[in-house]
Design a protein around this ligand. Structure first.
Ligand code: KIV
Ligand code: ZN
Length: 514
């Protein structure tokens, strides 16, 4: 039994299937680079046949990201497998992940195939993938609702056709830990051959991590996970929780460990949150901002006397150092760049100038800026280093309980100024309507989330919005000491993304999603 658990990260594939997430190639590359720093073993970079954008992202990651093996998802069709391979071919090491549904419900309603056809497809897809690479994973989709005998037959066929990893997806999050564990044990005992067994658990019952751990206990040596537990519907098993469960309780897993550099967990979580626009819940295990906060006097007393009285994880071991004061308004560009560098954010030229200008502007309004503030500024100001269509210049708002709230916005595009005013239900609504009028981009605000980056009355307000512009769903982020301004910045950031998506003219092909 191997003593190392393989971490197969699918944030960029299954995670990106979370409603409202739409990452462009630059953003995916940034996340993939960070996953490499985190030292995951596999990065599932996308589903190349799903869209040209997915293909480009997988290809770019395969060409540039070093360290982890790069995987791409593929249906069993020969054309899909070949397209997947064209995206992966330049990787140092590449894996094709072939899947097909095996549950009666999926076979009847989605595939319209008989069990015999599914078996034949499995053999054909896996053997085609083996012609390209000797690292082939096979997944019987909706495994936990598939009759065991049929699943074993399909898995055996996959191994005979050349699959080297057998992944058991709990596609709809139907599994219960002990039951899921027995499925893994049964597969191990029954399917003959040389393969690694893997788990892929969804969180519909809030059991994705528990099910994955039960699978590991029963012999799985690969887990499929997403940073922050992102993924379809309620998400996938959270990478950081599984990794830390093994670290903190080696007694329960025969000392099995991962190669993950846990000190990078918090930074990875923040990066994924800011690029996807999915906030991390405050009380999220391991990476939530309250994961190491102690409120009650008794706990505070205990922790001050001895940290381990109320903490099982050392915050610094997961990269959670707490907020540190790093820079103020007297700091220069050099110190600013050096600090960003320390945080793993490397900026040059115009990107650095623009982030520095924004930092100075905020430092003037807020006495001290923390690491978290800096990350938020860089995230909001630069996004993915992709040129923003509109730039925010000025905002003036009037509100209160007497007069109708009004906003005046000034933005620029290619040096040309655009100004608009609007009234709204509140100052934020008025500011968003003014942006709508100035840009001409019609969109519905589907979600709005405001939080403070750090504590205190002068904290930066961090706003994340989600927009739906005629089916194009994007998120945007803005920070400022003023929440109305942060909201306007977030809204404009999202509008810019809508324009980028439209310019790419690229839409996912929904009918072929896994
Ligand atoms: O949930 C699922 O079944 C999947 C497969 C494609 C592995 O994501
Ligand atoms: Zn999945």
């Amino acid at each position: 039994m191997a003593d190392q658990l393989i971490i197969f990260d699918t944030t960029l594939r299954d995670g990106e299937q979370s409603p409202g997430i739409s990452l462009d190639v630059g953003e995916k590359l940034e996340i993939a680079e960070q996953l490499a720093r985190l030292r995951v073993d596999y990065i599932e970079a996308g589903f190349p046949v799903a869209s040209d954008g997915d293909f480009e992202a997988v290809e770019a990651i395969a060409r540039t990201v070093e360290g982890p093996t790069i995987a791409g998802l593929s249906r069993t069709h020969r054309g899909d497998v070949d397209r997947c391979w064209s995206a992966l071919r330049d990787a140092h090491r590449a894996r094709i992940h072939v899947f097909i549904s095996t549950s009666p419900s999926h076979m009847e309603h989605m595939l319209r195939m008989t069990p015999e056809q599914v078996l034949a497809e499995t053999r054909a897809g896996v053997s085609r993938a083996r012609e390209h690479t000797d690292d082939v994973e096979f997944s019987p989709q909706d495994a936990t609702r598939t009759p065991l005998d049929f699943m074993i037959e399909v898995l055996q066929a996959a191994v005979e056709a050349g699959a080297t990893t057998l992944n058991i997806p709990d596609t709809v999050g139907y599994g219960i830990p002990w039951d899921f564990g027995s499925i893994i044990a049964y597969v191990r005992q029954t399917v003959k051959g040389d393969y690694v067994i893997s788990t892929h658990c969804h969180n519909d019952l809030g059991l994705a991590v528990a099910n994955s751990l039960s699978g590991i206990k029963a012999g799985a040596r690969q887990v499929e996970v997403c940073v922050n537990g992102l993924g379809e519907r309620a998400g996938n098993a959270a990478l950081e929780e599984i990794v830390m469960a093994l670290k903190i309780r080696p007694d329960q897993f025969d000392g099995l460990d991962t190669g993950v550099h846990t000190e990078e967990l918090a930074r990875t979580s923040r990066l994924v949150s800011r690029l996807t626009g999915y906030p991390v819940q405050y009380n999220k295990a391991v990476v939530g901002r309250n994961a190491f906060a102690h409120e009650s006097g008794i706990h505070q007393h205990g922790v001050l006397a001895e940290r381990t009285t109320y903490e099982i994880i050392d915050a610094s071991k997961v990269g959670q150092k707490g907020s540190q004061i790093v820079l103020g308004k007297h700091s220069g560009r050099h110190a600013f760049a050096a600090e960003l560098e320390k945080m793993g954010l490397s900026l040059q030229g115009d990107a650095l100038n623009s982030a520095f200008a924004r930092f100075k502007e905020l430092a003037d309004r807020k006495v001290e800026l923390t690491d978290a503030d800096l990350e938020a500024i860089v995230a909001e100001e630069l996004g993915t280093s992709v040129e923003q269509a509109y730039s925010f210049e000025e905002l003036e708002v009037h509100g209160g309980t007497v007069a109708e709230p009004r906003a005046r916005i000034v933005i620029t595009r290619g040096g040309e100024k655009k100004e608009a005013t609007a009234e709204g239900d509140g100052m934020i609504d008025a500011a968003c309507k003014a942006i709508k009028a100035a840009t001409g981009v019609e969109a519905t605000l589907t979600d709005f989330n405001v939080s403070s980056v750090t504590g205190g009355v002068d904290a930066l307000g961090d706003v994340i919005v989600q927009l739906d512009a005629a089916g194009v769903k994007v998120s945007g982020r803005g920070v400022s000491t003023d929440v109305v301004e942060a909201s306007a910045r977030a809204y404009l950031n999202a509008v810019n993304k809508v324009l980028r998506v439209r310019a790419r003219g690229e839409q996912r092909k929904p009918e072929i999603g896994p």
